[in-house]
Design a protein around this ligand. Structure first.
Ligand SMILES: Nc1ncnc2c1ncn2[C@@H]1O[C@H](COP(=O)(O)OP(=O)(O)OP(=O)(O)O)[C@@H](O)[C@H]1O
Length: 628
């Protein structure tokens, strides 16, 4: 049962203000801490991240874009102003260039300020257009990110565990880099489609006013370009999909190996890890290269088609239209035609960007669209206070259909306040039992109850508030000592008095006070500045702070020095007093602490008698689970 997560700097900023500078005075025992039952939930933009059936990937973003309609409309308004300024500029440029030899000072004085104003208006409008549209694109993707991450957190544990789960690195890549790509594309599309269409319309109207026949001839280029762009866009989509998968694999690899750097170094594995990285990076290199080449090729092909058509058109226009319009009309017409290149190319490029980002949108949405296996019953009740009577009744469970049962019609009754130790061979199902009690998975058959309430009828948040898991793989976050101890109250307020009391009860206060900033010291990623024993005591302090009714203790297997061992053991004793405790025991001392001991093997549970335990007290096989 391991999990190692990091609090992002942004999250930490969010959390800091919740620290309570003026601690409230509350007693620890005998009351069980009952925080507000309905903490204010975040309101997602879209209640469901499921894309509409048959919707194109980009259409799935509709609710997020609609939420940004104000900056989008303002951005497009600015683009209309910019196009309008341009439409007024072009004829003036035509007039100036055709009379260049005969321009008078008075004309310059009269027309100059107007020209300057038009140029300035276009520049300001262009800037504002981009500023508003970036705001819309980034905010839309911010909301998408928050919703998707919320959905990821809600997913069943099975999604993260087991061979078919999505790795943490891959999830991180989708929510960060791929979402950033989506933001850039959204901006590109917003910045291109309407403004370019406006510009194309304005330029086309100019051309049509000068020569309808020639305008229609030049319009024939557009379908040719559309066909070519559509074909190339589809190829780009396929290449992009491969490139995204390649880089996600790289991110997943880094996420796995960097947290294990100590192990890598201790095993002299730098070279082999370097070569594993190189292999993955090389796959990524070739995929990215293909993608970049394709992206570089597409504008050149469209430009070649456009310029070829323009050349043929100019040549034809000289033949067809000789004498049909004057020099200034000709200059305005050609200027309009040339100015059409950019927006038309822009529309084509926008289409390609869209194709390129489609796989990323699909992968991001895939994180949020699922049917959970562990579901909260609509009539589920909250439990205010719990005595801690726990019952497993005929519980059977297996992780996958084609695997054997991990728990087989298992029965266990733990009375309120009792300590029960579970021993047994590795893989016997002890941790699985704990996962079922926390409702991280549901049993195949049978039921589990707390205080005679089937846990499937208890609200999930309420259930998990009354049960605390102290895992052998200690999970600490980068943040302060206080934030780690008061983890359950991060979103409300951390009561410093409770934190310090928990620190003292867990034998952690002394070393915490020796840290540079005491309880405000940042303990680094996964508590990297702490020793093994200190981490264990911090984890115990966290459990003391939570003050649960039911405690699941997955005892650490790694040995500590005798002083640390004593401090941890004392802390555990205080933690387990007056609670229901289910301890997954690896040491004889822990087993002897328990009121009753059960041996779990191949899904079956058997109670061990005290006389048997006394006779096998010195037997080291107990710690390896080979009892009986
Ligand atoms: N997420 C999972 N997906 C598939 N099988 C799993 C999963 N987690 C555990 N198992 C399998 O279930 C069985 C019981 O595992 P469990 O972790 O409950 O054993 P355990 O008794 O706690 O072992 P240990 O003492 O080594 O921690 C093992 O065979 C294990 O391979």
């Amino acid at each position: 049962m391991s999990s190692s997560l990091l609090i992002s700097p942004h999250y930490k900023l969010l959390l800091k203000p919740h620290l309570n500078p003026t601690p409230t005075i509350e007693k620890f025992r005998p009351f069980h801490f009952c925080p507000p039952l309905n903490p204010k939930p975040l309101t997602p933009i879209s209640s469901s991240l499921k894309p509409k059936p048959h919707a194109l990937p980009f259409q799935s973003l509709e609710p997020y874009l609609l939420s940004q309609s104000k900056p989008i409309l303002l951005g497009w308004l600015c683009s209309a102003i910019s196009a309008f300024s341009l439409s007024k500029l072009v004829p003036k440029i035509g007039q100036f260039s055709s009379n260049l030899a005969h321009i008078e000072l008075t004309t310059l004085r009269n027309e100059g300020p107007l020209l300057a104003a038009l140029v300035a208006a276009k520049m300001v409008a262009c800037y504002l257009q981009q500023a508003f549209l970036w705001e819309a694109a980034l905010s839309a993707v911010f909301n998408l990110r928050v919703d998707v991450f919320g959905k990821v957190l809600e997913r069943d544990l099975g999604f993260f565990e087991g061979g078919n789960g999505v790795s943490a690195g891959d999830i991180a890549y989708r929510v960060t880099a791929e979402a950033a790509d989506v933001a850039s594309t959204v901006f590109f599309l917003l910045n291109t489609i309407v403004p370019s269409t406006l510009r194309v319309s304005v330029m086309a109207m100019q051309m049509f006013a000068i020569s309808p026949v020639l305008s229609l001839i030049s319009a024939a280029v557009i379908p040719c370009m559309a066909l070519v762009i559509a074909h190339l866009g589809e190829r780009l989509r396929k290449i992009s999909k491969k490139a995204n998968l390649g880089i996600a694999a790289l991110a997943a690899y880094l996420n796995e190996v960097l947290p294990a750097i100590l192990f890598v170094k201790a095993n002299n594995a730098e070279l082999s890890e370097r070569s594993r990285f190189q292999r993955l990076a090389h796959i990524n290199l070739s995929n990215q290269l293909k993608k970049k080449k394709m992206k570089a090729l597409i504008p050149q092909i469209t430009q070649a088609i456009y310029l070829g058509a323009l050349f043929i058109f100019c040549f034809g226009s000289l033949v067809v239209s000789s004498g049909s319009f004057d020099g200034s009309g000709m200059v305005s017409f050609i200027t309009s035609l040339v100015l059409l290149i950019e927006p038309i190319q822009g529309i084509g490029q926008a289409y390609n960007e869209l194709k390129q980002v489609e796989p990323a949108i699909e992968r991001i949405y895939a994180l949020g669209s699922y049917i959970p296996k562990v579901r909260q019953n609509p009539d589920a009740i909250p439990l205010d206070c719990v005595a801690g009577d726990v019952r497993f009744a005929d519980v059977s469970f297996k992780y996958k259909d084609n695997t054997p049962l991990v728990l087989d019609r298992l029965n266990l009754h733990v009375r309120a306040g009792e300590t029960v130790a579970l021993v047994g061979p590795s893989g016997g199902g002890k941790t699985t039992l704990a996962k079922l009690l926390l409702r991280l998975y549901d049993p195949l058959s049978g039921y589990i109850s707390i205080d005679n309430h089937n846990i499937q009828h208890i609200r999930l948040d309420s259930l998990r508030r009354h049960i605390c898991l102290v895992s052998q793989d200690i999970t600490l976050f980068s943040g302060t000592v206080a934030e780690n101890i008061g983890y359950r109250d991060l979103m409300t307020h951390i009561d410093m008095e409770r934190v310090e009391l928990a620190g003292r009860l867990a034998n952690a206060d002394e070393f915490i006070r020796m840290l540079p900033e005491g309880y405000e010291t940042n303990i680094g990623a996964r508590g990297s500045i702490l020793s093994g024993g200190q981490k264990q005591r911090l984890a115990i302090a966290r459990a003391v702070y939570q003050d649960p009714s039911v405690l699941i203790l997955d005892e650490a297997t790694s040995a500590l020095d005798s002083r640390s061992e004593l401090l941890v053991r004392q802390a555990l004793q205080r933690l387990t007093e007056n609670r229901t405790v289910l301890v997954i025991a690896h040491r004889p001392e822990t087993v002897m602490m328990a009121d009753r001991v059960f041996h779990l093997n191949e899904g079956k549970l058997q109670e061990l008698t005290r006389s048997f335990l006394m006779s096998s007290r010195e037997d080291t096989s107990l710690s390896t689970g080979l009892v009986i």
